[in-house]
Design a protein around this ligand. Structure first.
Ligand code: FMN
Length: 327
């Protein structure tokens, strides 16, 4: 059911991937997605030392024998990871799928390819996707404007970006940004994508390591309840609207300096929010698709429900008999 170039490439059952999510993409989350037949991705940035990262990969491998991936962030960061060191750990643990994001992966391609690692690069514009193809990436993820996290600075939605990327590229395109159900998967396939990545949908799952009060808060949010912060730094992040996001927007509109803004936007405060259940404790990346979500299912229910709904839609859309009659 729903075989695509991505299910073939990564040897997974369904074209459903959980993108890297800081603090949330743990071994348990990634393994749950992979066990359900999708591809779970562990966020390298969640583990600040090579030993913690290696232990997490080993934990995931103990939980599933199915393929899992690793998200390697190439974004500018206060404490950037030693990417070469993390690639060595990935290779040592026999992980063969990496999701890169944030910057051109070219400086790391030689090392990744030397270890036989397949690379899907996440980007927000067709020209960067073409660059990723040219430097040897195996697939490209297109994150549309509606996505949770970093949507880029050009504000083009998935509905336009995905077919543009499919038209321009030879390697498979994975659709991200705004996908939260089977209708989204069917739509992505119709646009020419070979799989979807969901972030916000998996954040609102039973297994997501996040305080229940935050999940209950999120479930009440509408598609209009996210905002873009850090636009003034050309590093936009789509987050849920809360007091901290409003304060950052106020500082940005007043021309505040980077230090003052980053103090509020730093990732560690996002972790505090997730652990404490206090929605005002920091910022929380979240996509507009939150407006479509009204339940907190298990990861398995999300993967299988998405695939089954998409398959039913695609079947319903097939012509009953003979060629479609043309007007
Ligand atoms: C809470 C959260 C944290 C995220 N953290 C990261 C991250 O650390 N690295 C990354 O490349 N993408 C990150 N993303 C983006 C997702 O991997 C994915 O591309 C995006 O959520 C897709 O859009 P959607 O939210 O509409 O599903 C994050 C998204 C969310 C919602």
């Amino acid at each position: 059911m729903l075989k695509t170039k991505i299910t073939e490439l990564f040897q997974i059952e369904y074209p459903v991937i959980k993108g890297g999510m800081l603090w949330l993409s743990t071994a348990e989350m990634a393994a749950a997605v992979s066990e359900a037949g999708g591809l779970g991705v562990i966020s390298a940035a969640t583990y600040d030392t090579r030993d913690k990262f290696q232990a997490e990969l080993r934990k995931a491998k103990a939980l599933t024998s199915k393929p899992i991936g690793v998200n390697l962030p190439l974004f500018p960061a206060i404490k950037p990871l030693d990417i070469d060191e993390y690639i060595r750990v990935i290779a040592d643990e026999g992980i063969t799928i990496v999701e890169t994001a944030g910057r051109n992966p070219e400086p790391h391609m030689e090392s990744l390819k030397k270890h036989g690692i397949m690379v899907m690069h996440k980007t927000t514009a067709v020209r960067y996707a073409l660059k990723a193809e040219n430097v040897g990436c195996d697939a490209v993820i297109i994150d549309g404007f509606e996505c949770g996290g970093h949507p880029g600075e050009e504000d083009v939605t998935s509905l336009v970006l995905i077919p543009l990327a499919v038209r321009a590229l030879k390697i498979p395109v994975v659709a991200a940004g705004g996908f939260g159900s089977g209708s989204g998967l069917a739509a992505a396939l119709a646009l020419g994508a070979e799989a979807i990545i969901m972030g916000t949908r998996f954040m609102l799952s039973r297994e997501a390591p996040m305080h229940e009060d935050i999940k209950q808060h999120l479930i009440r949010q509408k598609e209009t309840d996210t905002v873009l912060i850090l636009r003034s730094l050309k590093n936009s992040i789509r987050v849920i609207r809360n007091e901290v996001a409003e304060e950052i927007l106020r500082l940005e509109s007043e021309g505040a300096g980077i230090d003052e803004i980053i103090r509020l936007a730093q990732g560690i405060r996002g972790r505090e929010l997730m652990e404490s259940g206090d929605i005002s404790a920091g910022i929380l990346a979240c996509g507009q698709v939150i407006g479509l979500l009204n339940d907190i299912p298990t990861v398995e229910e999300i993967v299988l429900g998405t695939v089954q709904e998409a398959a039913a839609i695609l079947k319903r859309l097939q012509p009953q008999s003979g060629p479609l009659s043309m007007p």
